[in-house]
Design a protein around this ligand. Structure first.
Ligand code: GDP
Length: 429
């Protein structure tokens, strides 16, 4: 059977920790979309890791890690991460890379930076990892699949064709140095040597594994609101962040996805530009940012301070619905222990009308938060193992949010470590 772990919001909900935890009972962990542009932070007995490309299951001996066909594969970054993990004492991960995954080319990274520069103040807040140019080329059918590295003649011929068009843009639009086919070809030959030991038909591997009754985890990156179709377009990422896309980006039958764990953080944070209705500012935001996550809310890849906000029931309900949530993992709840009162965004006021439904981008820009204020619990809940032992106001906060979002909260995370988890029966299940 297949389980998916995905985010309901803008990303950084703590998916890495939940994947690391659930990987214990899984055979295979698959990345199915995105690239090295976002990261997961994982704390376990080997240390603290920021993973960008490797699946969060790499820490177990019994799991196989797969880079699926839907991923934007940055080969040197993947290899560097692999080496870092091993150098910190983790047993060499069993890694498989899809022969259909496409390669992030050196010029994708350049084009990302050049385009941000050209757009200046009007940019999308890209992490400049080449993700948008990569997916543009993939769908324009001028991308390179891993398997193409192994046919040198065809590869050179295709490079010549593509470099010609890229150079027109470099010369006339960006006024930057031109690309050389020879140099790119040499780089790709190096990539081939690096990736060769791991390449295979991963969808066939998964098909056979599923027939043998193996458990597969699909690990999503970012969250529902960054999905190019259902998110806050155009302030979105370039590949689908939804569990449904896991079937495509890993190459597994959609009906095999039996459990969808949507990770929802107990407050909001976002990176990059775009409407963020429950956003808070000033000292209030600074304090939550400083206390947030595990050592502050700063981007795992970029180190950028994250934008902070109160829990948003409208966005989370929508985010959970689009994922097809079977279970909510409610994370980073321990962080809120310092607050006397905790505001929660329960509706959006748009043009004088209050709604609970998440609108399209134009209307979202106009939305004002409708807040309800709950009482805090004013203590540290880390270390608590049973739901009943949580302070009453903390349980009330969880139950209030569960009712508002309408999906069962079956896991509550009260610390960054694997074992900081409380399982819970939900009336909604
Ligand atoms: P991801 O991209 O969804 O995996 O999220 P990030 O890794 O960017 O952010 C999650 C951060 O919160 C990491 O630093 C985690 O170690 C930390 N974290 C995860 N769950 C918890 C939790 O329940 N409590 C606290 N305090 N930190 C957590």
């Amino acid at each position: 059977m297949v389980k998916a772990i995905v985010g309901a919001n803008w990303g950084d909900e703590g998916k890495g920790k939940i994947t690391d935890m659930l990987a214990q009972q899984s055979d295979i962990v698959v990345r199915f979309q995105g690239g090295a542009n976002a990261g997961h932070t994982i704390v376990n007995h080997y240390g603290k890791f920021a993973l960008h490309t490797l699946p969060s299951g790499v820490f177990y001996d019994h799991t196989t890690s797969i880079i699926g066909n839907g991923v934007a594969l940055d080969i040197p970054k993947l290899m560097e991460e692999y080496q870092t993990v091993v150098s910190k004492g983790v047993p060499a991960p069993k890694l498989l890379v899809s022969d259909r995954a496409q390669i992030v080319m050196p010029y994708h990274v350049l084009f990302d930076a050049y385009e941000e520069e050209r757009l200046a103040g009007k940019s999308f807040g890209s992490t400049k990892s080449g993700i948008a140019p990569f997916y543009s080329d993939k769908y324009a059918k001028i991308g390179f699949q891993v398997q193409e590295l192994f046919d040198e003649e065809a590869l050179r011929e295709k490079l010549e064709r593509i470099v010609a068009t890229k150079n027109v843009l470099l010369e006339n639009l960006y006024h930057k140095p031109l690309l050389s086919v020879d140099e790119l070809f040499d780089t790709l030959m190096k990539y081939k040597e690096m990736i060769k030991p791991y390449v295979c038909d991963t969808s066939l591997y998964l098909w056979n594994a599923l027939k043998e009754g193996k458990t597969v985890l699909l690990e999503g990156q970012l969250g529902s609101l960054k999905d190019p179709d259902h998110g806050i377009y155009p302030m979105v990422t370039s590949s689908s962040t939804l569990a449904a896309y896991g079937a495509i980006g890993a190459g597994v039958p959609p009906y095999e996805i039996k459990q969808i764990v949507t990770v929802v953080k107990a407050y909001s944070s976002a990176v990059g530009a775009g409407a963020f209705v429950s956003e808070i500012f000033g000292v209030e935001a600074d304090e939550l940012r400083r206390r947030g996550g595990d050592g502050g809310e700063y981007g795992a890849t970029t180190g950028r301070p994250r934008r902070m906000g109160w829990f948003d029931c409208v966005a989370s309900r929508y985010g959970c619905r689009l994922q097809g949530t079977t279970d909510v993992a409610f994370t980073v709840l321990d962080v809120l222990g310092y607050l006397d009162k905790i505001p929660v965004c329960v509706g959006y006021e748009i043009d004088g009308k209050v709604t609970q439904d998440f609108p399209t981008t134009g209307l979202l820009e106009k939305a004002k938060p409708v807040l309800e204020v709950l009482d805090g619990w004013k203590c540290d809940i880390r270390g608590i193992k049973n739901y009943d032992e949580l302070p009453e106001n903390c349980r009330k906060y969880i139950e209030f949010i569960e009712e508002k979002i309408g999906f069962p909260i079956t896991m509550v995370s009260n610390g960054p470590k694997r074992e900081d988890i409380i399982y819970r029966e939900s009336k909604l299940k």
